[in-house]
Design a protein around this ligand. Structure first.
Ligand code: PRP
Ligand code: URA
Length: 213
């Protein structure tokens, strides 16, 4: 795993790079795109949950009594940023089926590139949970930054951000405005075009997941 700033983890694993390349291909159709986004989310989840705490319990194997490690039950919540973040939910729930799911609805105004909020629903005990925010794309960082602030307003103290493709500008923005947030991305791209799209990127993640263009 490559390290940039202390809070930024660029995973760059060969499996991730291969799958991200498949997403980038404009000929990859909706069904495959959705499936690959989910697979990438599961692989990234493996890394982003590396520091989950464990506790020792006793059990009996068919051979002997044993002291073994299990998750200590620290509560997790995953929070997809609608719409595109929804594509990452199932891959994570496959690994952590008991995680609660909150939702934040944000879209990026195409003129100003500023995030506009339209929906929010969180588990009641969200402030006690470790939060993983999900969004495939970190472009200007406006949406992610707003979503993080949102979670902080809910008094969440442990927040991770998981993006598949990040731009250097987005990473810089999150590191500056929310240095306490651990940012996990699969790859970092060159930059942004004049419309605020990541280059080379994969296009509009929401449209490609849901087939709306
Ligand atoms: C996309 C993406 C992020 C945001 C990234 O969502 O999923 O949420 O843009 O851009 P930013 O870093 O410059 O804020 P979009 O606004 O297209 O909404 P959608 O998921 O509903 O398609
Ligand atoms: N949102 C996307 O879906 N793609 C980008 O490249 C930038 C923002």
């Amino acid at each position: 795993m490559e390290e940039m700033e202390k809070n930024v983890h660029v995973l760059n694993h060969p499996l991730l790079q291969h799958k991200v390349s498949m997403l980038r291909d404009k000929n990859t159709g909706v069904k495959d795109f959705r499936q690959i986004v989910s697979e990438i989310a599961a692989l990234m989840c493996y890394e982003a949950t590396r520091n989950l705490s464990l506790q020792e319990v006793e059990l009996e194997t068919p051979i002997a009594k044993a002291k073994v490690k299990v998750l200590s039950g620290k509560k997790l919540a995953i929070v997809p940023i609608l719409r595109a973040g929804l594509g990452m939910v199932d891959g994570i729930l496959d690994l952590i089926p008991s995680a609660k799911v909150g939702h934040i609805g944000l879209y990026r105004d195409p003129e100003t590139l500023e995030p506009v909020e339209y929906y929010c629903k969180m588990p009641n005990d969200i402030s006690e949970r470790e939060v993983i925010l999900l969004d495939p794309m970190l472009a200007t960082g406006g949406s992610a930054s707003a979503a993080i602030q949102f979670m902080k307003n809910y008094e969440c103290h442990s927040i991770k951000l998981m993006n598949i493709i990040a731009s250097p500008q987005g990473i810089a923005r999150i590191s500056k405005t929310h240095p306490d947030v651990e940012l996990y991305c699969a790859v970092v791209d060159e930059g942004l075009n004049e419309d605020g799209y990541i280059v080379p990127g994969l296009g509009d993640a929401g449209d490609r997941i849901f087939g709306t263009k």
